[in-house]
Design a protein. Sequence first.
Length: 333
Amino acid sequence: MGKIFKFKELDFRFKRGINMKRVTAKAPVNIALIKYWGKRDNVNITPYNSSISITLDNLYTVTTIEESNEFSFYLNGKKQTKEESQRVLLFLQNFASIDEISKINVFSTNYVPTAAGLASSASGFAALAVAANEYFNTQLEFKRLAAVTRMGSGSACRSLLGGFVAWNKTGEVYEITSPIKDLVLISVMIEEKQKPISSRKAMEITVNTSPLFPFWTIITNRDFIDMKHAIVSGQYELIGELTEKSARLMHATMLAANPPILYMKDDSIVIWDLIQRLRSRGVYAYITMDAGPNVKILTKSSHQINILEELKNLGFNTSVVSRIGEGARIING
Ligand code: DP6
């Protein structure tokens, strides 16, 4: 009896495990050097300004889509409620009919602190787009895939590619070739808490109320062109300066909004201060910050130990060091 039961159990697992349709994709986090902040069109997510990011090698999302008899979405192992799954459900309709979507499970795992300004929604939507394109055999070509991906989250379209990635305000997404290989990004964790205001909402308030917003778009679109040249020609100092300028200007523009949007915490400012001091001593180090209190430091691999030591002296022990990495891809199908 026991034997027969065991056999049946194995047979059942075989059917579920091997014959079940399943696709897994992996997509990296990207950090903008020239920031995207402000939507011209809230439906198609067309930005007011062009942006440039670097793709990170060790922070990413892995997403599996698997055959099932109902739709469920699991984030970091936890089944999400109907409300929490809504954004994913809507997004998937770019790839398949409701009927097809109602027969899948989506498992998404972030290898990065969620919603703490380390852009997990970017890697999340890029992984979901690449997995869905494959699972449903939608076969969107790259240009269309990028346009759909940014509807999930604007910055997600940059996670499709690797290295230095440009997202032009006209919609094109492409890699910028560069001789630079040794840049690293140190992400200093200040808080892992969910951010108090989503970047989506904060962006809308900034566009509608910040008197600095018109300056932001004009200056950023100019800096985008300068940054592209700096990357192509390997001008480290200019890359660093434009990176820090973009973060400063974005946060100043947000702060001028009504109500003001302030993501910085005291610790963010302490690190900002440290980096200015290190730079005056000849260390290659530039700050950037997104929609959260965590600080990212752009540096060279040869300077990273020095910076990590200085951070430790000030009590900042949780940092992640990332190199430039590859774009999104299917890891099994
Ligand atoms: C500060 O791409 O998260 O990280 O399009 O509303 O989803 P939505 O916004 P999102 O904004 C990212 C803003 C940023 C800067 C950047 O990554 O360019």
